[in-house]
Each structure stands twice: as C-alpha cells, then as structure tokens.
Design a protein. Sequence first.
Length: 201
Amino acid sequence: MASARSRWLLGAILAAAAGLRFWGLGWGLPDRWAPLHSLHPDEAISIKHVSNLRPGALDFNPKRYDIPNFFVHYTAAWCGLGHGLGAYRAVADPAHYLDHPEDAAGVYFWGRVGQAVAGIGLVAALFFAGRELFGERAGLWAAALGAVLPLLVVDAHYVKTDTLMTLFLVLSVACAGRFLRSGSRVLLWFSFASAAAAAAS
C-alpha cells in the first residue's frame, strides 16, 4: 500500500504526464490541403485499418493484418467515442472527407486521444512495476522519468502501436513482480494475459 505522500507524488506525476501527452495532440491533422492524411505517415495506415471495420454490420474484421487487431479495435473504440459524442461525423464513403477534412481530423484526433490515455496508463504501470521489483521510491522514479521521457511523450501523440504495446508489457512485468512476492496464481495469469495483449497490440 502506497503512503499518503507517495500517492500525492504519483498523482502529481500522472497530472504532469497527462499535460504533456494531451498538449499539442492536434498537431498536423488533416486539412483542406491534405484531407485524408496527417503529417505522420504511419498514422494513415492505422486509420485505414480502423476504417475497414463496419460495427453497424457487426463486421469487426480489419481485413488487413500487418497491424495487430487489438490495437485496431482499441483505436476504433476511441474514434467511435468521438463520433458518439458528436465531435465529428464518421461515414463509410472516403469521398466525404475530401469535402469535410474536419471530420477526417476528428478521426485522427480521437485515435490520438486513445494513445494519450494509454500513455498515462503506461506511466502508472511504470510506478507499479518499479514498486513491485525495487520498492516504492524506485516506482516513483520510474513513473517520473516515464512521464517526461521524450520518446514516450512523442509516441503518445501518434496513432501507432508503440504506446499501447509498451503499456501491456510493463503491466506484465508489474504483475510478475507481484507474483514473485505473493505467489498468487491470479497475478501470474494476469501477467500472461498482459503479455498476450502486448503481442496483440
């Protein structure tokens, strides 16, 4: 159980991580000059996989498998949330986005929101992994460094697999560390499940 001081410090670290990951999230989105693509070339591939889903017809097959399916469905859920909240209009016809690049920007933006949330979760997971393996102070240092590490901050601004995969890898390590101390088989299975989710992300 973390002390009150550690909980306060962890809360401050997570707040800083959230600020860094949500700040500038709208950079390089599609516009009237490039209505279908963002300025990051890899994002278009991820969004294409998401666009192949047809949830209204209960078709959740992305029809391409060069990106892990769990990542595709995770991103689609966040894009669907943005659409459901009325932040943008999602339609099946790509021609719509040529006339309405703001809707294409909405798809990319909400996909990035999902990565930012995963990035914050990664910082929390670093705390738990560090605490289980090396103690509470190490966990706080791991979270603090993870919150500001440029690679982790930058990757959380893209619709790419890296952040979600790393989150599940660190969760797997955290559960394994806890298992070594407690011997709980439930934690061992959680570690296996997190590793599998990382492989699917």
